[in-house]
Design a protein around this ligand. Structure first.
Ligand SMILES: [Zn+2]
Ligand SMILES: [Zn+2]
Length: 408
């Protein structure tokens, strides 16, 4: 279980990480077996709070619903950084048969937030045992990342007033990268997203008498195709965007023209500006087509998450941390951005910071991906994740790393 701990330079922390590894793996498997959906993370928050209290932290509960925060005071309390993990699981039926598979029918830790939580708990433990840092480290365990915008809720609930914060840092496991390697990039690393609903209203009729009605189905079909034209022809091809119509509902039987058709889908872009523009293009297209057909249309957008945009200085710092701690061979600089979305983008709208990927591929790159019913977090990477957090906190506040700078 310690293979990914092989470091570029031996670290004095290695024995400590080894000593706690089996405890962390046990904790992670306990969380995996007891997943909870967004804003229902009561047991998970209990486990996190208990572990933090055992280590000696004063714990704040209930921020943004079920969020948990603990702070390690630094010499200058007004200086602070947030290290963030997420607590929630997904409405997926787990297809694994191992001992720590979910006991909660239809709920599963398929995104590895169980692992994120434990790696941050590990960092809280190790940093507590080390000399005081010049600034404060806030360990933030947020609820509702999966579609609940829990990060936004914690901010609205006063996270940054309670925890003076200069910069924010997040981490997500990545099954597409080898275990214990890291991926990062400056600028957008995950996409902005919104969902839409298009309701087309025509006039129902007998299937054999379409001239007596106003069939919404061909009109809605045109709208689906035009969405693809907008994505392909109405924006700079070098600026990525996805428009996917994922639901098309109309009609109840095969011999009646329905009066209504409903389309639902998702837009993803790497900037909020492009997202806004595509939304107005879709609206304009729908209104124009509906007017041409003489039908009614209603277009509604539901804002999802902003893009997750890494700031240059903080990303350079994270790069240095990874190079010095793990060696350049374990760093994938400039990984391509991903069109998935992540609510850490809300924190990065408020403060500079960086979101990194940590490789999780235990069984090669064919390992089940995120949100797959056979996914599992790889416990081997826990020490690497803990060490990254510890080294980042030290380096951020200018404390010499535990192993000193690497000669390059
Ligand atoms: Zn997820
Ligand atoms: Zn996730």
């Amino acid at each position: 279980m310690t293979q990914v701990l092989r470091l570029e330079t031996p670290t004095t922390l290695e024995p400590l990480l080894r000593q706690h590894h089996s405890h962390w793996a046990k904790l992670r498997r306990d969380l995996h077996a007891h997943p909870e959906l967004r804003f229902e993370e009561h047991r998970t928050a209990d486990v996190v709070a208990r572990e933090l209290e055992d280590i000696g932290y004063k714990v704040v509960r209930g921020l943004g619903g079920t969020g948990v925060v603990a702070s390690l005071p630094g010499a200058t309390p007004e200086r602070g950084i947030v290290l963030r993990a997420d607590l929630d699981a997904l409405p997926i039926r787990e297809a694994n048969a191992f001992a720590h598979a979910s006991v909660q029918e239809g709920v599963m830790h398929a995104c590895g937030h169980d692992g994120h939580t434990v790696m941050l708990l590990g960092a809280a433990r190790i940093l507590k045992e080390m000399p005081q840092l010049p600034g404060t480290v806030h360990f933030v365990f947020q609820p509702g990342e999966e579609g609940g915008a829990g990060a936004r809720k914690m901010i609205d609930d006063g996270l940054f007033e309670r925890c003076p914060t200069e910069a924010v840092f997040g981490m997500h496991n990545w099954p597409g990268l080898p275990a214990g390697q890291f991926g990062l990039r400056t600028g957008p690393i995950m996409a902005a997203g919104s969902r839409f609903r298009i309701t087309v209203t025509g006039k129902g009729a007998h299937a054999a008498q379409p001239h007596l009605g106003l069939d919404p189905i061909p009109l809605a079909c045109s709208m689906v195709l035009q969405c693809q034209t907008i994505a392909a022809r109405q924006k700079d091809p070098a600026d990525p965007a996805v428009i996917s119509v994922c639901m098309f509902n109309a009609g109840d039987t095969d011999n009646v023209i329905p009066s209504r058709a409903e389309l639902r889908g998702t837009i993803r872009t790497l900037s909020s500006d492009l997202l806004q523009r595509l939304q107005s293009d879709i609206e304009q297209m729908c209104n124009g087509l509906a007017a041409a057909y003489g039908a009614q249309v209603e277009v509604t957008f539901f804002q999802y998450y902003p893009a997750t945009i890494n700031t240059p200085d903080e990303t350079a710092l994270c790069e240095a941390v990874i190079r010095e701690t793990f060696g350049g061979a374990r760093l994938h600089r400039d990984v391509p951005p991903n069109m998935t979305s992540e609510d850490f983008g809300f924190m990065l709208e408020e403060r500079p910071g960086t979101y990194v990927l940590i490789g999780n591929a235990s069984r090669g790159c064919a390992a089940p991906g995120l949100h797959h019913p056979q996914y599992d977090f790889n416990d081997d990477i826990i020490p690497a994740g803990v060490l990254y957090w510890v080294a980042l906190a030290q380096r951020y506040f200018g404390t010499p790393g535990h192993q000193g700078p690497r000669e390059e």
